[in-house]
Design a binder for this molecule. Structure first.
Ligand SMILES: Nc1ncnc2c1ncn2[C@@H]1O[C@H](COP(=O)(O)OP(=O)(O)OP(=O)(O)O)[C@@H](O)[C@H]1O
Ligand SMILES: [Zn+2]
Length: 812
């Protein structure tokens, strides 16, 4: 009974298939999420060596030969077979091959050598049958990852159960691997032994001029440069080259300079601030952690508008003073000109990474970072891998944000990776948020993180007053999306020349297209999800796979001429807002209007300058924006995330409402918030309306404890997908039996749920099933899954794949 409730409440497991060991584990132990103070990159139970003989079966011991003094390298690949495999390093390359470099090696019966990553080198005896194959080419002059990052790769590979080669490919951007924006240039220098006067005098005139010029220049030159300076053709230079007067060296160089188009701010001009007393205390504690030279996690819980950014900047200044650098991670959406400007104004060399960079720009920045020319790297989750040679501090702003988890392999969480990286380097990790994740909050309760609180806004500004509008009360509802109260509040704000932010977390115009006559809902053929009607161009779009058709004018099923667009998206809201407030200037911000590079910057600059009166949009507008003239925030529907089949639904709702509410009252003119909801009594919405994080966190922890959900226990998820539903399900069942066997063999308590279809049961034409695993600790889940999937292969003809998601952030 208990279990059924739990399933309906929180885990989207449907049906009542195999559910073994249903009772939640007793006496939950804190999981070791932010825990390890010993070496965080150590891997508790090393994977048994996967060195396999590719051509023969294991020979008997007496056939093994011992070879002395052989240099070998372990190589991994990003495609199957993943390795690692041993290769011999040719004698002349012994000093060149290092871990973190790419090499090309023969593999199996492939004709072309394969590119792989060196993870280890070894000099000495090898014992094996037959000859090791040789490395045929070394692709990098310098390792792309230093030894520390190679260990981080190995840790991520182990924890997230992803082959090391694939982790390398995630760590090192493809633009770097492809040398984007570079070309090879050939440089000439005079050959030292040959350039005596007598020899030169005996050369033809033009050759003499060219060679003398090169000697006088005292630096290498390309042939074309020399041709210009010595006023000659290529002939004399080629002649010098063939006579051995010139030495030739090939260098790879950037073709682009520093990209400039992002170097502008958004008009904000503030410089440094005198810290408030709360900021001062926070900074002292962070500086103490920096000075201690030990790894430590600090959670900076500061209400919206408490000035967390200034604390990060001052802490980074402290680190930079010692010649070290810092990484600051922010949600991709917050990579606004405002954030960039704040860092660029305060440091000499900042590298801002964002998704709209060209490959050449990305490569350019990466090289600068690696050469140690950058003090601060600001970027989204992938910035956790920035190769700063002297990293002194990692900051994650808005650490609760879901975008820090990657939703493709390796499904890493930047917070977890940052923690591992910081602890192994012995540097502090600062997590900042007004609404910390339950994971980080729990870490402070168990002593794994130090809590620093900032309760007040800068200049003692009050938190904005939040008014809840109950949408169930008929009087409050008007015909559209905006209630009487919200309409009035907008009107008053506009009269006072204040600005308004309206949040609606659904893009598009109408979220369902349904026939009122036969009930048919227009859905995506590949995902089975309803299509959203977009007004621009009359398109119906699948928000899961981007499948797009022209919106049908009549019902495709019964031909009824009067199909209805139901549900509310930001486009429809925009139409309503413009109709209600015809004199206001309105802009919409969602991923549809923000496609082009720089569109963020344009909208936000004109909002700051006061040109715009109303900004409406999806969660994009809920984060980090700091505009003093926003006097009103309206939330159109606070419940949109509340009824998701996910144990984090309440947490997400609380975060979203609190964050967007925090966008107002940031200037001297105060601010107010109107939140429309169908469940005003829900604890998450109640707590958000009072800005009461502690209340929320305490309530929520009680709920999590009931079912040992994270952060009190650990969860993993295996998604199985395939073209044929029955075959996919059969593979899922097979996997479940293996998991049951693994659990038994390891003697561990793991709760297994499923396989069952998740809420998105079909995606991009593939059927999906998932299995959920729960235990007190992530390590138990990791070991169980590794044991179950070790040597588990699915026949190619089945065309079924599975992915393992450790600490999943969504259950869809
Ligand atoms: N000591 C200070 N004195 C005056 N103004 C300050 C001080 N510190 C920060 N500010 C200003 O206060 C405003 C809010 O700061 P900031 O944007 O860093 O808040 P925050 O804590 O990150 O809020 P949120 O969580 O909402 O993003 C900014 O305009 C910032 O320039
Ligand atoms: Zn689709």
């Amino acid at each position: 009974m208990l279990t059924t409730t739990c399933l309906n409440l929180s885990l989207p497991i449907l049906g009542n298939r195999t559910m073994a060991n249903l009772d939640p584990p007793q006496n939950p132990l804190p999981n070791d999420d932010l825990n390890r103070h010993d070496d965080p990159l150590s891997i508790p139970e090393p994977r048994k060596s996967q060195q396999a003989e590719l051509f023969e079966t294991e020979p008997p011991p007496w056939e093994l030969t011992v070879q002395d003094d052989v240099a070998t390298a372990k190589i991994v690949f990003s495609e199957a077979p993943f390795g690692p495999y041993d290769y011999r390093i040719p004698d002349e390359d012994r000093d060149r091959v290092k871990p973190g470099m790419r090499v090309r090696v023969p593999l199996g019966r492939r004709r072309q050598p394969m590119t792989g990553w060196c993870i280890e080198t070894h000099l000495g005896q090898v014992q094996r049958s037959g000859k090791l194959r040789d490395i045929v080419e070394i692709l990098d002059e310098e390792p792309l990852c230093d030894a520390h990052l190679v260990r981080l790769v190995s840790w991520i590979s182990h924890y997230y159960q992803t082959p090391m080669g694939q982790v390398f490919d995630t760590l090192i951007p493809s633009s770097v691997r492809a040398n984007a924006g570079t070309r090879e240039r050939t440089y000439l220098t005079p050959c030292t032994g040959k350039s005596d006067e007598k020899a030169i005098d005996s050369l033809p005139k033009k050759q003499q001029v060219a060679l003398r010029f090169l000697i006088a220049a005292g630096r290498p030159m390309t042939a074309s440069e020399l041709m210009v300076h010595a006023e000659c053709t290529r002939g004399p230079i080629s002649a010098l080259q063939s006579k051995g007067f010139l030495e030739v060296a090939v260098r790879r160089e950037m073709t682009t300079g520093m990209p400039m188009r992002w170097a502008q701010g958004d008009g904000e001009e503030q410089q440094t601030h005198v810290l408030s007393s709360e900021q001062t205390t926070a900074l002292q504690r962070i500086d103490a952690a920096i000075d201690s030279g030990k790894g430590k996690t600090l959670l900076l819980h500061g209400v919206t508008g408490s000035g967390k950014t200034e604390v990060y900047i001052k802490a980074i200044e402290h680190v930079v003073r010692f010649g070290r650098g810092a990484i600051v991670m922010v949600p991709e959406i917050s990579l606004t000109p405002q954030t960039r400007g704040r860092f660029e104004r305060r440091f000499d060399s900042v590298a801002v990474l964002h998704s709209q960079m060209t490959p050449a720009e990305r490569h350019f920045q990466w090289q600068r970072i690696r050469r140690g020319e950058v003090q601060v790297v600001v970027g989204p989750r992938s910035a956790v891998f920035a190769p700063l040679p002297r990293l002194g501090l990692i900051v994650i702003d808005e650490e609760h944000d879901a975008s820090f988890k990657q939703d493709t392999q390796p499904r890493y969480h930047a917070r977890k990776v940052a923690h591992a990286r910081a602890m192994s380097l012995g540097v502090p990790l600062i997590l900042g948020s007004a609404t910390p994740s339950m994971e980080s909050w729990h870490a402070t309760a168990t002593g794994h993180a130090e809590l620093i609180t900032m309760n007040d806004r800068i200049n003692q500004r009050p938190m904005p007053n939040v008014e809840l509008v109950d949408l169930r009360v008929r009087d409050d509802r008007t015909r559209g999306a905006i209630s009487r109260q919200l309409h009035q509040a907008v009107q008053e704000t506009l009269t006072e020349n204040g600005q308004v932010i309206l949040l609606l977390n659904r893009r598009g115009f109408a979220t369902t297209i349904q026939c009122p006559s036969c009930g048919h809902v227009v859905a995506c053929p590949d995902c089975d999800m309803p299509l959203t009607h977009h007004r621009d161009g009359g398109k119906a779009v699948c928000h899961y796979c981007d499948y797009t058709i022209a919106t049908p004018p009549w019902c495709p099923a019964c031909r009824y001429d009067g199909i209805r667009y139901g549900g509310l998206g930001t486009q429809k809201l925009e139409v309503e807002v413009k109709a209600r407030f015809p004199n206001a200037k309105v802009a919409r911000m969602d991923s549809d209007t923000m496609r082009r590079p720089g569109s963020h910057q344009r909208v936000l600059s004109s909002f700051r300058s006061g040109e715009l009166n109303i900004l409406l949009g999806t969660q994009m507008i809920a984060k980090g924006l700091d505009f003093p003239n926003v006097l009103l925030v309206g939330v159109i529907n606070a419940d949109s995330a509340l009824h998701f089949p996910d144990f984090r639904a309440a947490e997400r709702t609380f975060q979203l409402v609190t964050q967007v509410a925090g966008r107002t009252g940031r200037g001297d003119r105060g601010g107010r918030v109107v939140v429309q909801t169908f469940s005003p009594e829900h604890p998450a919405i109640q707590a958000a309306s009072r800005h009461d994080y502690l209340q929320f966190a305490n309530d929520e922890m009680v709920n999590r404890r009931k079912f040992n959900y994270p952060p009190l226990g650990s969860v993993a998820r295996i998604i199985i997908r395939g073209i044929v539903e029955e075959v996919t399900e059969a593979v899922a069942e097979q996997l479940l039996s293996r998991l049951e066997a693994a659990r038994l063999a390891l003697g561990v308590e793991v709760r297994l749920l499923g396989p069952a279809p998740p809420p998105i049961s079909k995606l991009r034409g593939k059927y999906r099933f998932h299995i959920l695993l729960q235990a007190t600790e992530a390590a138990i889940l990791g070991n169980t899954i590794r044991r179950a999937t070790d040597s588990f292969t699915i026949p190619d003809k089945d065309d079924v794949q599975y992915v393992v998601d450790i600490d999943p952030m969504d259950m869809l």
